[in-house]
Design a protein. Structure first.
Length: 400
């Protein structure tokens, strides 16, 4: 390890970081874990595959004393902070948002996991910290203040304290180190999210142009790949804003998938720039379409809440509390607008969702029934016949 402080000082700073942020932090030397605080615990990969190694996380090398924010296929997020050529801090795992039920169900689907793992995964994610963009920004500053004076990477780069360095070197270096969390500026990002949520097209293109007039974060050594990665991040943000604006999860994610596919197949920088503007406009139009839809905002919010918690126990009281109306009012309004009762709608959506596991997994019908909160297999089969005009077993055979 190349540093100007004793080992115990470095470890003390790691513990200080943990106590202030409540995030796990590990020190890796030559890809081997040398210290972890608190004691290293299991991650999603451990639950699924009985083993994982955070040192295998992919990040850009030689970005000394610079935070790199990355995530894996299981929605776990990490911050990578290189101290030198061989020493790396890995902070995490943490989440960027609460692991709501629909997201967890999609994780199980996308990775072809056993639905019996749901409770373990639910428990695991509920114990992870939530770290948003603003927190990441200040975590970056804390790491710089803790470790910048400690590590000397003179074998790879000039010593930061060298008096011969020009003054603007320090300013430029400091700004560059914050780029990962400053592009785009948080207030501009929030403004465009607000425009999408409200379905307001005016000024959206202007705000996006203002964001893009600034230097983007470098997300790859290849400029085209870096821009594509940036647009995929933007698409994720726009998708969530549209969902908050009332677009159903299915519609928003389908639109997101279509745009990401188009991003991957576009190989012109100028075409990608135009595509990002079109993404914003399209998500805003989606929100506008929903706002003129036949259902009221209360019912649309109810449907969104149900979709996000489809595999959890749902009660009229809980649903009403989350859309801020009286249970009796919600029950009457839902029947009036949708034409079926609230719980008929929940059962129908659960049956429709369960078809995925019948098609693409070998899960037993009994386990699928439990996963979607049916009291027993017989009742699930009865409801499946009612809404799908066939039995789960017959549906599975026809699908295969």
């Amino acid at each position: 390890m190349e540093h100007s402080c004793p080992q115990h000082i470095i470890l003390e700073k790691i513990e200080i970081f943990h106590h202030f942020t409540k995030l796990p932090i590990g020190l890796y030397g030559n890809n081997l874990l040398t210290y972890h605080f608190p004691e290293k615990s299991m991650g999603v990969a451990d639950l699924i595959h009985n083993g994982s190694d955070h040192s295998e996380l992919t990040f850009s090398p030689n970005q000394f004393l610079t935070c790199q924010y990355i995530s894996n296929d299981y929605y776990e997020c990490f911050i990578i902070f290189e101290l030198g050529a061989s020493d790396v801090l890995i902070i995490g795992p943490f989440l960027e948002e609460v692991m709501y039920d629909l997201k967890l169900s999609n994780l199980i689907k996308n990775h072809s996991l056993s639905i019996k793992l749901k409770s373990k995964l639910q428990n695991y994610f509920s114990n992870l910290s939530i770290v948003d963009t603003t927190h990441c920004f200040y975590i970056n500053k804390l790491l710089l203040n803790l470790f910048n004076p400690v590590y000397d990477t003179s074998s790879e780069q000039p010593t930061l304290s060298a008096p011969s360095m020009p003054e603007n070197y320090f300013v430029t270096t400091y700004k560059n180190r914050l780029n990962m969390f400053q592009h785009p500026p948080y207030f501009l990002e929030q403004f465009i999210i607000k425009l999408i949520k409200s379905g307001t097209k005016a000024n959206a293109s202007k705000i996006l142009s203002e964001i893009n007039s600034l230097s983007r974060a470098k997300l790859s050594d290849n400029p085209l790949r870096s821009l594509k990665n940036s647009l995929i991040c933007s698409c994720t943000i726009f998708t969530r804003a549209a969902i908050k604006g009332g677009v159903t999860d299915d519609d928003a994610f389908n639109l997101s998938d279509a745009f990401i596919f188009e991003i991957e197949n576009t190989n012109s920088m100028s075409a990608l720039d135009k595509l990002e503007h079109r993404m914003v406009e399209t998500f805003i139009e989606k929100v506008n379409h929903v706002s003129t839809f036949k259902f009221s905002l209360v019912i649309r919010n109810t449907m969104t809440y149900i979709m996000n918690h489809l595999c959890e126990k749902l009660t009229l009281h809980d649903i009403a509390a989350n859309v801020y109306v009286h249970p009796n009012y919600l029950s009457a309004l839902f029947k009036k607008e949708v034409g079926i009762t609230l719980f008929q709608y929940i059962i129908k959506r659960r049956i429709e969702e369960s078809t995925y596991f019948l098609k693409y997994s070998n899960e037993s019908i009994a386990d699928i029934a439990v996963f979607y909160q049916f009291c027993n297999q017989s009742y699930y089969i009865k409801m499946f016949n009612k809404y799908m005009d066939t039995s789960p077993h017959a549906y599975r055979q026809l699908s295969n």
